[in-house]
Write a protein that binds this ligand. Structure first.
Ligand code: GLU
Length: 461
């Protein structure tokens, strides 16, 4: 068990979520020595904290905190995004880094787990301020990363623009062009499909859930899909749902939710593109919601999340904004609205209470008030998977086509789903008429892969 911990609520939540699924399976009965591996894997190999001083447009000195948690390098260089958001602290980054270890293991690619970022808030900042911040942040971070050491990417608040500024600074200081960051621009080393990968990947994953649960009879066609968030993950998940014949009935941001007015229809591709454009300008959905084209079709609910504000049936829910965005009560409301599948595009999108509700409702009988839950570390692994493909392309000095990357992404999501499913069947005693637990299966599959590698490295014995 974890002892003498500082107060790190988000990290404790992520740790307990993983540990409880291992405890409630037959894993520790079959391999008691894995308890030791769990103790070792839950302590980061290294945590770097640094000062970021930068100058705002008024010439004032601004100070932020910078971090990189190099959590685990058993399977490859530390790999995971950078988050720029005022809520960033060590607890948040340790939870994200911990999740990333097992997520990256589930991709089947050689990547360790890490996460970093800053409490810098990009909202309301000019492009010049963002550039100066990124340069200052990388001036310190560049001492600790490298293509074979640690390869950051984006997360909340870090897009291709920020990756570009940071890459430029790394290259200047180290005098080295190397694949040290992923999510790069397409013309200078980025992979095609990387921007789309997390959102597309979640939808590819859910396609397998639907297919499996319906015995191959159903697909996204005709499904009503509730999505939260409106950033990179939510946008591309929404576009893929529409492409596959589903309807998108909600999106949201940190200030409120935008839901369809009635029980019919869907966001269109044009509407999603309009939202994507305002997000590049770091604006809120509320600014769009009052425009005639949006106010006639949608309802904007300030300060709300979509889940309990949608008229009519919900078939699929894709939380794609941030951590803890589905509560226990919202989980119950989603089941009552008919929701059969929930997959996290965000990291730790559901509270433990919500997961407990979902896991208690894994009834496979047709017509049952049941839901099947997929945790972020499996369902949103597509983003980091294509980051892994970007690293491979950079190392080989090649660029793969859209089709090549997309088909590899599809295969990785399929393998990730099948791995979680098979592992759940192996380690969790199946009850009659109940779907296998994808959270238990994915946690056990990710954990055992990392634990085995660590054992062979002499990290525990
Ligand atoms: N931030 C993303 C995640 O949570 C992507 C990380 C990466 O591409 O390294 O998985």
């Amino acid at each position: 068990m974890m002892q003498n911990l500082p107060f790190e609520p988000e990290f404790e939540q992520a740790y307990k979520e993983l540990a409880s699924t291992l405890e409630n399976s037959t894993l520790f009965q079959k391999k008691p020595e894995y308890r030791k591996a769990l103790q070792v894997v839950s302590v980061p190999e290294r945590v770097i904290q640094f000062r970021v001083v930068w100058e705002d447009d008024k010439g004032q000195v601004q100070i932020n905190r910078g971090y990189r948690v190099q959590f685990n390098s058993a399977l490859g260089p530390y790999k995971g995004g950078l988050r720029f958001h005022p809520t960033v602290n060590l607890s948040i980054l340790k939870f994200l880094g911990f999740e990333q270890i097992f997520k990256n293991a589930l991709t089947g690619l050689n990547m360790g787990g890490g996460k970093g970022g800053s409490d810098f808030d990009p909202k309301g900042k000019t492009d010049n301020e963002i550039r100066r911040f990124c340069v200052s942040f990388m001036t310190e971070l560049c001492k600790h990363i490298g293509a074979d050491t640690d390869v950051p990417a984006g997360d909340i608040g870090v897009t291709g623009r920020e990756v570009g500024f940071m890459f430029g600074q790394y290259k200047k200081i180290r005098n080295q062009w190397e694949g040290v960051l992923t999510g790069k621009g397409g013309s200078w080393g980025g992979s095609l499909i990387r921007p789309e990968a997390t959102g597309y990947g979640v939808v590819y994953y859910v396609e397998h859930m639907i297919k499996h649960a319906s015995g191959g009879k159903e697909s996204f066609a005709g499904k009503r899909v509730a999505i939260s968030g409106s950033g990179n993950v939510a946008q591309y998940a929404a576009l893929k749902v529409i492409e596959l014949g589903g309807s998108v009935v909600s999106l949201s941001d940190s200030q409120g939710a935008l839901v369809l007015n009635g029980e019919e229809g869907s966001f269109t591709v044009e509407e999603i593109n309009t939202i994507a454009e305002i997000k590049v300008q770091r604006k809120q959905i509320s600014e769009l919601a009052t425009e005639a084209a949006f106010s006639s079709k949608f309802k904007y609910i300030p300060g709300a999340r979509p889940w309990t504000n949608i008229a009519g049936r919900i078939d699929v829910a894709l939380p794609s904004a941030t951590q803890n965005e589905v509560s226990g009560d919202e989980a119950k409301a989603l089941i009552a609205a008919g929701c059969k599948f929930l997959a996290e595009g965000s990291n730790m999108g559901s509270t433990q209470e919500a997961i407990d509700v979902f896991e208690a409702h894994r009834d496979a009988n047709p017509g049952a008030a049941a839901i099947w839950y997929a945790p972020g570390k499996a369902a949103n692994a597509g983003g980091v998977a294509v980051s892994g493909l970007e690293m491979a392309q950079n190392s080989a000095r090649v660029n793969w086509s859209r089709e090549e990357v997309d088909s590899r992404l599809k295969k990785i999501m399929e393998d990730c789903f099948n791995n979680g499913l098979a592992t759940a069947k192996e380690y969790v005693t199946p009850a009659e008429g109940v779907l296998p637990s994808l959270v238990a299966g994915s946690n056990i599959a990710g954990f055992t892969k990392v634990a085995e590698a660590m054992k062979e490295h002499g990290d525990w014995w």
